[in-house]
Design a protein around this ligand. Sequence first.
Ligand SMILES: Cc1ncc(COP(=O)(O)O)c(C=O)c1O
Length: 401
Amino acid sequence: MTFDVSKVRAAYPALADGYAYLDGAAGTQLPEAVVDAIGGAYRAGLGNGGGAFPASGRSDQITAECRAAVADLTGGKPAGVILGPNMTTLTFRLAAALAADWGPGDEVIVTRLDHDANVRPWVSAAARAGATVRWAEVELPAGELPAGQFRELVSDRTRLVAVTAASNVLGTRPDVASITAIARAAGALSYVDGVHATPHGPTDMRALGADFYATSAYKWSGPHVGAVVADPRLLESIRPDKLTPAPDTVPERFEQGTLPYADLAGVTAAVEHLAGLGDAAAGTRRERLLAAMTAAQEHEAQLFAVLLGGLAAMPHVTTYGRARSRTATAFFTVAGRTPRQVAEYLAARRINVWDGDNYAWELTGALGIRAAGSAVRAGLVHYNDREDVDRLLEAVAGLAG
Ligand SMILES: Cc1ncc(COP(=O)(O)O)c(C=O)c1O
């Protein structure tokens, strides 16, 4: 499959502003089609869901379409797609619901590779329940999360294993399928954070063995909406806090309050947009998504080789992580400058990067760089091109000495 990045870029109005958007790991820009879908939903007239009149029916239709789209993207079932404001909120919600039947003697496993959003909700819930937290460690400096350690960590006391499908700073893609298999064999659930992984390649939550798979649309060209996908039968067994008159059905009972209907229309448009990357014209939307995301992954990998090679050749730059399998995400420091100074210098040259711990709290602590302001993150997504990479490399080269 060919990947025409200039055609992809033309779909994104914001990319015309002259900046190199290397901050995609923190949030992507929106294609015109997504902006149109959100505006179109409002223009058509929306009502609160579940009413007797057409505008309400449109909201219900948008919600159903959004569940189907997220299911296609992740390989889940529409009836198992929980929608909400973002991954963090949904994870706190699910942690509270799942921990309702944890107690002393139960154990939950978290990792030092994960974004804090897949750590602290479980640590807090475990503390309230009197359950024990066990930690999976990262192998440094490679930044791998060895799957074998989970054989020691998991036991018949384990209730849940929370693990990321990709680190949001080092890009490490752990062997999630092996980790979830170890959890399942011990009767434990797995909660896989796919927020960073989803935009960087094809997703099959069943192949990952994920009982729960979390993702956020704003990382893949959509609006600020989060989703957690699970088997509807599993959701039937969980009773989250809810208002008495609110639906008790699955997945609705996990969705507190009113959904952002117009944004949900944008989520569906973003999935359609992703399915159209590359040149796959035939097949179901799920098939087109798998092909398109594979093409996007190859595009990112080619650019990433240039980016990493360029940074590695600069004596004044230190890069972090070299996992065997990783997303196109670079994390680096520059001698004699704080990460914020580097980000400001790059911003002055119209290059957007993130600096700081990026909420990879445990990991930046383990790397020993948190106290010094952590590092600079330059993340590639499907709409980045060679010019973005060359501009970054040239600017960072200018920081030598
Ligand atoms: C890997 C990862 N997990 C979780 C989150 C939190 O997602 P949200 O902003 O949807 O709560 C992020 C956000 O940057 C992330 O990169």
